[in-house]
Design a protein around this ligand. Structure first.
Ligand code: MN
Length: 290
């Protein structure tokens, strides 16, 4: 069922509900807590993830293994991209030098050092368990299109900002552009780069609110990548990254550490729930005018 296409489309869920979760970064037990809280039904409901399943948090491989579940749909984040890049020659040769000797692309430094736990130094390769997760990451798309017309939504990692956003009529790409990429199964490299790394919208929103909340012609687009205390919406991009991994870091105290959490969004009800390693309760909230 799962292919290697970079853009994939699913019909609306007529049986159950759809949920979207922010950047997991290994925080598997927070996700479990949230799924229990909403009564997630694995036989009917679907869970979408905005990418960055791995790194920085406590259980990266367990989050990667979610990709094998028939109810779980994720896009590739920059952390999966860095991991695949780090293992690119291993993926063809099946052999790996001890980590100390490997030229790092930043992956280990930015939270990928957990992978060394799965290095088999007798055979100079990764464990079978890890290999399965790595293969699953190879199959992640960059964009999900879900449903049709008024019920349509997208899932991406960072943003759909146009490279020429300062001078173009629209700062972001529209459904018509996305449909064209889907037909061609091709996303131009400069657009792909922003899908992984872009922070233009969310940083501008934090700083100056210079963009509107919605963009006519672009369906609600769930994203992550840039964290803040609460979910927020800019030009139809609804960012669900609320810094789950920060809540796990024992030394993250103060305002940022205390408010950080993992956020799960209920698409049909337009409300979110979040959980943190720093508090026992969950927190509910609504996004007005989605
Ligand atoms: Mn990211």
């Amino acid at each position: 069922m799962k292919s290697n296409a970079p853009i994939r489309k699913l019909p609306a869920n007529t049986l159950g509900k759809d949920y979207v979760v922010g950047d997991l970064h290994g925080c598997y037990d927070l996700l479990e807590r949230l799924l229990n809280e909403v009564g997630f039904d694995k036989t009917r409901d679907r869970l979408f993830a905005v990418g960055d399943l791995i790194d920085r948090g406590p259980n990266s491989l367990r989050c990667l293994q979610l990709l094998a579940e028939p109810w779980f749909y994720a896009v590739r984040g920059n952390h999966e991209l860095m991991m695949l890049d780090f293992f690119s020659s291993y993926l063809t040769s099946g052999k790996l030098d001890p980590f100390e000797g490997i030229k790092d692309n930043g992956f280990l430094e930015y939270g990928g050092d957990w992978v060394s736990e799965y290095f088999d130094s007798d055979r100079n390769c990764m464990t079978q368990e890890f290999n399965c997760g790595l293969i699953l990451a190879l199959q992640m798309p960059l964009l999900w299109i879900v449903g049709e017309n008024g019920n349509r939504f997208h899932v991406i990692h960072a943003e759909l900002v146009r490279p020429d956003y300062k001078t173009a009529d629209h700062a972001v790409w529209l459904n018509s552009d996305i449909d064209q990429w889907l037909d061609q199964q091709f996303i131009p490299p400069e657009i792909e780069n922003r899908l992984y790394w872009g922070r233009t919208l969310m940083l501008s929103q934090l700083a100056s609110q210079e963009f509107a909340r919605t963009q006519p012609g672009l369906s609600l687009t769930f994203c992550g990548h840039t964290y803040a205390a609460k979910p927020r919406q800019v030009l139809s991009h609804l960012c669900l990254d609320t810094g789950a991994f920060v809540s796990w870091w024992p030394y993250a105290y103060g305002e940022e550490g205390d408010s950080s959490s993992l956020t799960l969004f209920d698409v049909q009800e337009s409300r979110w729930v979040s959980a943190s390693y720093k508090w026992d309760d969950v927190l509910w909230g609504e996004i007005l005018g989605v």
